[in-house]
Design a protein around this ligand. Structure first.
Ligand code: PLP
Length: 257
C-alpha cells in the first residue's frame, strides 16, 4: 500500500483542506493520513472562524505517524502561522520525510487569510528548502517573489526565483491567468507548460488542495516530477469538470465519478 500524509487545515464543508486531500489520495488508490494544523468553520460561501492547534499536538501527530508508519510522500497545505511552520519543519527534518509537496496556501477564494502575513518569511526559509515540489498560484508566487506576475514570461521568471529560494521543482499555476489555464513547471533547469482549456464552472472550491495532493500521490507511487505534475493536471481537470453546487456558494471539485 502506498501511504501519503497531508499536513493541513480542516474545511468543515469538505471541499478543500484535509478533506479534499484525503479524497484525492483515496481516488488515486493510495492510503491517506492527516495531521491537522487548524480547524476552519467554513461552507461554500466563506470562512467564518479559524482556530489553530497548538504546536505540541501538531508535533505529536507527526511523531505518532512517522514512529510507526513509512510515509511515501507528504503534502503540506494550510499552515497558518510561523510557529506552526517551525514545528512542521523540525518534525519533518527529524523524521527524514521524503517527497514533500508544499502548497503555499495564503488566502481562500472567498478572501479569508489562511496564512498570517508575518509567516511569509518562515514559509520561505523553512518550507521551501524542504519542498520536492512547490505549487504557488499567481498570487502566492507574487507574494513569495515580491513581483507582479501577469504573463507566461513572468511566471517562468518567478519559478526560477522560487527555485533559487530552495524549492527543487516549482509549478506556478495559471488558473488565475486571463484565457487558458497554463501552469509553468521549472524542473532541472528546464520549463514545461501544461495547458488546458478552461472549464466553465463557478464550482472550484478546493482546486489547489486537490492538485497538490494529486502530485504527492503520484510522487509516492514513484513517478518522476514531470509525470506527477502531468497526471495531477489531468486529475484536476476531471475533478473540476465534475464539480457541483454543494450549497449556495462556490461548490467543490468531485473525486469519485
Ligand atoms: N480551507 C482550507 C482549510 C484550505 O486548506 C484551503 C486551501 O488551500 C482553502 C480553504 C481554500 O480553498 P479555496 O480557495 O479553493 O476555496
Amino acid at each position: 500500500m502506498i501511504k501519503v500524509l497531508t499536513i493541513a487545515g480542516s474545511d468543515s464543508c469538505g471541499g478543500a483542506g484535509i478533506q479534499a486531500d484525503l479524497k484525492t489520495f483515496s481516488a488515486l488508490g493510495t492510503y491517506g493520513m492527516s495531521v491537522i494544523t487548524a480547524v476552519t468553520a467554513q461552507n461554500t460561501r466563506g470562512v467564518f472562524n479559524v482556530r489553530e492547534l497548538d504546536q505540541e499536538i501538531i508535533r505529536d501527530q507527526i511523531s505518532a505517524i512517522f514512529e510507526d508508519i513509512q510515509v511515501d510522500a507528504v503534502k503540506i497545505g494550510m499552515v497558518s502561522s510561523a510557529a506552526i511552520i517551525e514545528t512542521i519543519g523540525e518534525s519533518l527534518l527529524k523524521n527524514k520525510a521524503q517527497n514533500i509537496v508544499v502548497d503555499p496556501v495564503m488566502v481562500s477564494k472567498s478572501g479569508c487569510a489562511l496564512l498570517q502575513p508575518e509567516a511569509r518569511e518562515a514559509l520561505i526559509r523553512v518550507l521551501l528548502p524542504l519542498a520536492e515540489v512547490v505549487t504557488p498560484n499567481l498570487f502566492e508566487a507574487e507574494v513569495i517573489t515580491e513581483t507582479k506576475i501577469a504573463t507566461l514570461d513572468e511566471m517562468e521568471k518567478a519559478a526560477v526565483a522560487i527555485n533559487k529560494l530552495g524549492a527543487k521543482n516549482v509549478v506556478v499555476k495559471g488558473g488565475h491567468l486571463k484565457g487558458d489555464a497554463i501552469d509553468v513547471l521549472y524542473s532541472e533547469k528546464a520549463f514545461r507548460h501544461f495547458g488546458s482549456g478552461r472549464v466553465a464552472t463557478p464550482h472550484t472550491h478546493g482546486t489547489g488542495c486537490t492538485f497538490s495532493s494529486a502530485i504527492a500521490a503520484s510522487l509516492a507511487k514513484g513517478c518522476p516530477v514531470e509525470e506527477a505534475v502531468a497526471r495531477a493536471k489531468e486529475y484536476i481537470g476531471g475533478a473540476i469538470a465534475h464539480s457541483f453546487p454543494l450549497g449556495r456558494g462556490v461548490g467543490p471539485t468531485h473525486h469519485f465519478y
